[in-house]
Design a protein around this ligand. Structure first.
Ligand code: HEM
Length: 408
């Protein structure tokens, strides 16, 4: 047997990470990667680490500094801005999360259903019209991107006129979440921030003068009421919500439509019964948009592999593979099969677990459910025209382009 590897640069890994995940989980579940990461692929290990108080999400504060120019620059960039909720530990994490959690409760999100349905219907109307006029229907640009973008913009009360620029900035900024980030990506991200921040300052300034019922106005009130949220934290938070709000759900819609088209029996089931919450969880488990996240042990920790005990020192970088854990056969029977009726689909780790569990999970699930159901309800024929291409990303996994032939 060749030694299993975690090499995100390998094009085969990019195309389909599961053979690599399976091999690591079976033969080397606590894998020391060449890049110095401890890569975990077993469900139990990943879930335990994500829920444990012995780990930090604050790489800058808790991880041993890496001695290379890219890491040094990333540390400097992080120092110059306030940390996002995603990179904070309690008590700051708890304080920031409390400020927005009421906008994201399942009942608050359910009240957005008519708006989500309206945006989906409008996107499908436009796409259908284009097809009638001899054009094509490209799933990502025509449905999967506009819906989450319009919904988060409406929730925050953001103007949408500069959609193309905003989309570009957000793609460039999220590229720095990738383990493969280099100097060129950091230069591009700095340039994107230089465009995005004045835009946000303008919107925030305007909203201070004319507050509304939107989430941005609520955050500004929190900032103005003193020590709950600093001005810098406000901007960082808005950037995260805005980007998280449309960089990931687009991939859930894209990956899920492709998964259904590749599993005709499951598509038939979806057409007959719709997608309940469990079915959307299964789509997330099967091919989720976020493949991994990193945690830093605050104390020395141990993992057990057969009869060996593997020690990991405090300050190391532990990569929890959400994609591998959600396909662990010890938890999910026949894990590489899409099964919308899978009884334990909601145990997937596609939204992580513990205190950083995705704040937008209910919103993402609602958008995906409405978009996918409406697509298949409207068109009795939906077929893939070309082989799909995949985004050139590792942390975020998503179909980049999916041209569909559709007919009523
Ligand atoms: C299918 C779509 C989505 C997926 C797969 C996803 C996945 C995730 C994951 C895995 C995390 C945890 C990261 C970690 O622990 O390191 C996370 C956190 C987060 N997500 Fe999502 N997300 C999605 C959609 C959204 C949406 C629509 C929003 C908001 C509008 C959102 C907002 C957030 C926020 C604010 C956090 C940080 C929570 C915290 O640190 O306490 N996400 N998401």
């Amino acid at each position: 047997m060749t030694q299993p590897t975690f090499n995100p640069f390998d094009p085969a890994f990019r195309a389909d990470p599961h053979p690599f995940y399976d091999s690591l989980r079976e033969h080397d579940p606590v894998h020391m990667s060449l890049g110095g990461l401890v890569v975990l692929t077993r469900y139990h290990d990943v879930a335990t680490v994500l829920r444990s108080n012995d780990y930090s999400r604050d790489v800058e504060k808790s991880a041993k500094p890496l001695d290379n120019p890219i890491s040094t620059r990333m540390r400097e960039r992080r120092r110059n801005s306030s940390k996002s909720i995603l990179n904070l530990d309690p008590p700051d994490h708890t304080r920031l999360r409390r400020l927005v959690s009421k906008s994201f409760t399942p009942s608050a999100i359910e009240s957005l259903r008519p708006m989500v349905q309206r945006y989906v219907d409008e996107a499908l109307d436009d796409a259908e019209q284009r097809v009638r006029n001899g054009g094509t229907f490209e799933l990502i640009d025509d449905l999967a991107f506009p819906v989450p973008f319009l919904v988060i913009s409406a929730m925050l009360g953001m103007p949408i006129e500069r959609e193309a620029e905003l989309r570009e900035w957000s793609q460039v900024i999220t590229r720095t979440l990738e383990p493969t980030t280099g100097m060129a990506e950091l230069d591009e991200a700095d340039a994107a921030f230089a465009g995005l921040l004045p835009f946000l300052d303008e919107v925030i300034g305007e909203r201070r003068k004319h507050p509304g019922a939107d989430m941005l106005s609520a955050l500004i009130t929190a900032e103005e009421s003193g020590d709950k949220l600093s001005a810098d934290e406000l901007v960082t938070f808005v950037v995260l919500l805005y980007i998280a709000g449309h960089e990931t759900t687009v991939n859930l819609i894209g990956n899920s439509v492709l998964a259904l088209l590749r599993a005709p029996d499951q598509l038939r089931h979806a057409r007959e019964h719709g997608l309940d919450s469990n079915a959307v969880d299964e789509l997330l488990r099967f091919d989720g948009p976020v493949q991994h996240t990193v945690r830093i042990p605050l104390v020395p920790v141990q993992f057990h592999v057969d009869d060996r005990v593997i020690e990991v020192a405090a300050g190391e970088r532990v990569l929890t593979s959400l994609g591998a854990a959600s396909h662990d056969p010890s938890v999910f029977e026949n894990p590489h099969r899409l099964d919308l009726m899978r009884p334990n689909a909601n145990k997937h780790l596609g939204f992580a677990a513990g205190i950083h569990y995705c704040l937008g999970s209910a919103l993402a699930k609602l958008e995906a459910q409405v978009a996918i159901e409406s697509l298949f309800r409207r068109f009795s024929t939906v077929e893939v025209v070309d082989e799909p291409s995949w985004r050139d990303r590792l942390t975020i996994r998503g179909v980049d382009r999916l041209v569909l032939e559709v007919a009523r």
